[in-house]
Design a protein. Structure first.
Length: 247
């Protein structure tokens, strides 16, 4: 994926990794559309960052996705990159009364969301000479965080889906990329001040460097996520799982 001269849609772009990535891509010379559920935050982002466009989008709502595709096909017909970043991460007590509703909401947002987004936007992306779908998974796709079992499961499923999507789109103009963050200092799980998490700015800098130097990469791995990504291959899976169980 080239890192400039694109038209890029970033879902879940009002905070954290989504907003940070959107701003870095905007600074690199791309036309960026930031999408999210909260219109007031979108208005603030547009006011503070000249040239960024915004779109109200709830990836848990199929109608919202359809409306977004119809709008952007008209307003941004050169859209060639979709970043599926929107997601929720909630602690779960699997013995508690709220376990099932939390799990269902997590699956709807984190797994059905990017699947529906991809289905909606592949026809538009396929018309472009160079295009990409970037699915944001997690290091927890490879070793789960026991306190967030459904989040971890959805990221594992999205990893698998991304692998198959890459194979099926191999003969199109659409490159399929998996971005695999470690724990990053964002508000996703109240980690903004957690010393165990990677500073957001450092994460974004490393991601942009990988995209710049490895434009054909199918998977973007910063150094801090490798202990999760390769735990099973390295024979450290049980040790890492036990470590995550202490969170």
């Amino acid at each position: 994926m080239r890192t400039t001269r694109n038209t890029i849609l970033v879902t879940g772009g009002t905070s954290g990794i989504g907003l940070g990535l959107a701003l870095r891509l905007h600074q690199a010379g791309n036309k960026v559309v930031v999408a999210g559920r909260r219109e007031e935050l979108l208005d603030q982002i547009a006011a503070e960052h000249e040239g960024i466009d915004t779109l109200v989008l709830d990836v848990a709502d199929p109608t919202s996705i359809t409306n977004a595709q119809e709008t952007l096909s008209r307003t941004h017909p050169k859209l060639n990159v979709l970043v599926n970043n929107a997601g929720i991460m909630l602690a779960e007590d699997l013995l508690g009364p709220d376990a099932l509703p939390v799990a269902e909401a997590t699956v709807t947002t984190n797994l059905l969301g990017p699947i529906r987004m991809s289905a909606a936007f592949i026809p538009l992306l396929a018309r472009q000479r160079e295009a990409a779908i970037v699915n944001v998974t997690s290091g927890l796709a490879f070793v789960p965080l026991p306190v967030t079992p459904t989040y971890s499961a959805t990221k594992a499923a999205l990893h698998s889906y991304t692998e198959s999507l890459r194979v099926q789109l191999a003969d199109t103009s659409i490159q399929v990329i998996e971005l695999v963050p470690p724990a990053v200092r964002t508000a996703l799980m109240g980690q903004q001040d957690d010393d165990r998490a990677m500073p957001l700015a450092e994460f974004l800098t490393e991601v942009m460097s990988i995209l710049d130097t490895q434009p054909e990469a199918g998977q973007v791995l910063v150094d801090n996520v490798r202990f999760l990504r390769f735990a099973e291959a390295n024979g450290t899976y049980d040790q890492v799982l036990a470590q995550l169980a202490q969170y």
